[in-house]
Design a protein around this ligand. Structure first.
Ligand SMILES: N[C@@H](CCC(=O)N[C@@H](CS)C(=O)NCC(=O)O)C(=O)O
Length: 232
């Protein structure tokens, strides 16, 4: 059986990581038999990130490579989409994973109110004696990474404005149909849905959590997506 190595469930989500939820959606949608294996420390994984899929032959890191692997087994996440719609799916996925994701990371990791909850959630396996310095050092690296990526260099108002434009683009699709590209979930939903769910689930009220919760279109979409592909 396939094993999906992922971060544990947290904040009411199947996994704290939207990429892990995406991979789980893809496995379910592909009709594969699989089990989850939770871990908090990805350092021994090929990319030192999760998710990773253990197949009979090898470890497949990265949700997009997991998608490729599943497609090589015959899965089709974009059934019925035209070439233009497939291109739109690809751009929506990139927007979610390469921009919105970092907004979520900023909201979780750079917020002093969220930090005690994150520390408790993600670092409980570190021995108590070194937990504070070790977790502080990881937090520092994550926040430095946000500066390197660029999201961390904007003011909160500028960040919110950039995010708003992405959410407006997503909403423009959702005014047309229940899922981004039609009446059923496709690859774009399997990436955008978990990203917005993660944004909504940050365990402290922030402008980002409220932005999703108070927007009926987006909030209902997150719920709809969670119901469309129930995860074990
Ligand atoms: N491109 C990767 C991104 C995965 C990713 O960023 N995973 C994060 C959790 S959301 C991670 O494992 N981070 C650990 C680290 O960077 O040390 C994918 O699509 O799977």
């Amino acid at each position: 059986m396939l094993t999906l190595m992922i971060y544990p469930s947290a904040f009411g989500l199947f996994s704290a990581s939207p990429f892990c939820v995406k991979a789980a959606y893809m496995l379910e949608h592909a009709g594969q038999r699989w089990q989850r294996s939770d871990m908090l420390d990805p350092r021994k994984m090929p990319h030192q990130k999760l998710p990773v899929l253990r197949t009979p032959e090898r470890l497949v890191p990265d949700s997009d490579l997991i998608r490729d692997w599943l497609e090589a087994q015959g899965a089709n996440f974009d059934t019925g989409l035209s070439d233009i719609q497939k291109a739109q799916a690809r751009t929506l996925i990139r927007m979610a994973e390469e921009h919105i994701y970092f907004q979520v990371v900023q909201d979780r990791w750079a917020n002093d109110e969220v930090w005690p909850i994150l520390r408790k959630t993600f670092f409980s396996v570190i021995p108590a004696l070194i937990r504070t310095p070790a977790s502080n050092s990881i937090r520092k690296k994550v926040v430095q990474g946000l500066g390197f990526q660029g999201v961390g260099r904007f003011s909160p108002a500028e960040r919110q404005d950039r995010l708003e434009r992405d959410l407006e683009a997503i909403s423009a699709y959702l005014w047309q149909s229940p899922y981004l590209l039609g009446d059923r979930p496709t690859s774009a939903d399997m990436s955008v849905g978990p990203m917005l769910a993660a944004m909504r689930a940050t365990p402290v009220e922030t402008p980002l959590t409220q932005r999703i919760k108070q927007d009926r279109l987006l909030n209902d979409y997150v719920d709809r997506m969670e119901q469309a592909i129930p995860l074990p």
